[in-house]
Design a binder for this molecule. Structure first.
Ligand code: SF4
Length: 449
């Protein structure tokens, strides 16, 4: 890593899975804004739906997700009752019927649901929101707690893609993060998914974990490639113990330093690209024939709260506590506190607690940020044309990007900003040139690398 990148790499920056980012959300308790945004949904709108299942059997110390340990099924069962009502609340507020093209189950661990409940939820969602014939249904799975019966249920419910949380194969690292998961366990779940016809497989890996070494990252990346995962994410561990309190169980002295993190990411990148994977944006890899790699080639790739995606839906309904919805004109989030979410749903109101409205200027910046975060290149003239905005709206961002040129983080040529391969890990720094809101939210993000 170049020494003159260090101060920028330690800056706290958003991951830019939306713009404005979640750090810009503020209280929005009356639901008025989301109702007026929903009025702009037309019958032609393709819907995406995200279901947040906020339970895990055990907490991993590195986790930054909104999840809790239910200690038995009673709390999960009561969550399912409210979720079914929430589906009805959203359906009753939708102004026009629109077909669902993408359905994603995340969390937490969606496999905390029992088979019967999962089946009921998915059937209820399909009835409420309609189903496009090309629908992709994907789910995040914890290999430690996913049963074979659950996998068979997924297959019979039409799930098309599964994302297995692997993170690391190293024993000491697994102990340090409270996630013991032997390799044979992952391999067995993968085999059962494929035997049941769920052949599109994602694997999530991490670098920068406590006690992790480059060899560990290399081993996990090689494993994911050897078993033929279609998509692989290689996320850097974000140590934010003031936000995720259980991360306090991770000792600061066990964490790799900045330059080691950079090297771990580089080693993972080398293994995966050496195995023929296409590098996508900050931290994703896809086999060349996978639809995500295809979307990078044809320019339709997007970056959303679920990361990089070829899902074209620009309207997303988020179900469950802490879920974020994307509507024409803004982002809206349900309360992370299950009792608040529950009370709102029981009262028949849209359970929105926080959010941010997207101004016309935000939309132009959002498109520029999404483009550079996905393709490592953005032509502001193209963005201005697509968004029907004057190019001058983005010109100050070009000036900011020019200041990064001497550092080798990007080149600016006419209206084009391009990030060289060696600065891929610093993409967020270049994207931040387009972010006029950053100064007010900087302290609330994880470091850039
Ligand atoms: S299984 Fe996933 S969501 Fe659950 S605690 Fe571990 S990292 Fe967090």
């Amino acid at each position: 890593m170049r020494q003159d990148w260090i101060s920028l790499a330690t800056a706290r920056l958003p991951r830019y899975t939306s713009y404005p980012t979640a750090a810009d959300f503020s209280d929005m308790p009356d639901g008025h804004a989301v109702r007026s945004a929903m009025d702009r949904i037309t019958p032609e709108t393709s819907l995406g739906v995200y279901v947040h299942v906020p339970f895990c059997e055990k907490l991993c110390w590195y986790c930054g997700c909104a999840t809790t340990v239910p200690n038995g099924y009673r709390r999960v069962s009561s969550f399912v009752d409210v979720l079914m009502k929430e589906i009805d609340v959203w359906r009753n507020h939708l102004p026009a019927h629109a077909d669902m093209r993408h359905l994603h189950f995340g969390g937490g661990s969606p496999n905390s649901l029992n088979c019967g409940d999962f089946r009921e939820i998915i059937n209820h969602i399909k009835l409420a929101f309609g189903v496009d014939e090309d629908i992709e249904i994907d789910i995040e799975l914890d290999p430690r707690t996913t049963t074979d019966a659950f996998i068979e249920t997924l297959a019979s419910c039409g799930v098309t893609r599964a994302s297995l949380g692997v993170q690391t194969l190293s024993d000491p690292v697994q102990k340090a993060i409270n996630r013991i998961q032997p390799r044979h366990m992952v391999t067995a779940k993968l085999a059962h998914l494929r035997q049941n016809g769920i052949r599109r497989i994602n694997m999530d890996l991490m670098y920068g974990l406590p006690l992790q070494t480059r060899e560990d990252v290399k081993e996990a990346a090689q494993y994911a490639a050897d078993v033929g995962a279609d998509r692989i994410s290689l996320f850097g561990y974000a140590h934010v113990p003031w936000f995720a309190k259980h991360q306090r169980a991770i000792r600061d002295e066990d964490l790799p330093g900045l330059e080691e993190r950079f090297e771990q990411a580089r080693v993972g990148h080398e293994v995966l690209t050496g195995e023929g994977y296409v590098a996508i944006g900050l931290d994703h890899y896809a086999r060349p024939e996978d639809s995500l790699a295809q979307s990078l080639r044809d320019g339709t790739i997007r970056r959303t709260f679920q990361g990089y995606t070829d899902n074209p839906c620009k309207t997303l309904i988020g179900l469950g506590p802490s879920a974020i919805s994307e509507m024409p004109g803004g982002f809206f989030q349900t309360s992370k506190a299950q009792p608040i979410w529950r009370a709102q749903v029981e009262g028949g109101v849209l359970p929105i607690s926080r959010g941010v409205l997207q101004s016309a200027d935000d939309k132009v910046r959002a498109r520029a940020i999404e483009t550079v975060m996905s393709t490592m290149r953005v032509d502001i003239a193209d963005v201005a044309r697509e968004m029907r905005a004057p190019v001058r709206a983005l010109e100050p961002a070009l000036d900011a990007a020019r200041k990064l040129e001497p550092l080798g983080l990007c080149t600016v040529s006419g209206t084009i900003v391009e990030v060289p391969e060696e600065a891929r890990m610093m993409l967020r720094t270049v994207a931040s040139c387009f972010d006029w809101r950053l100064a007010s939210s900087e302290g609330r993000h994880a470091v850039a690398v």
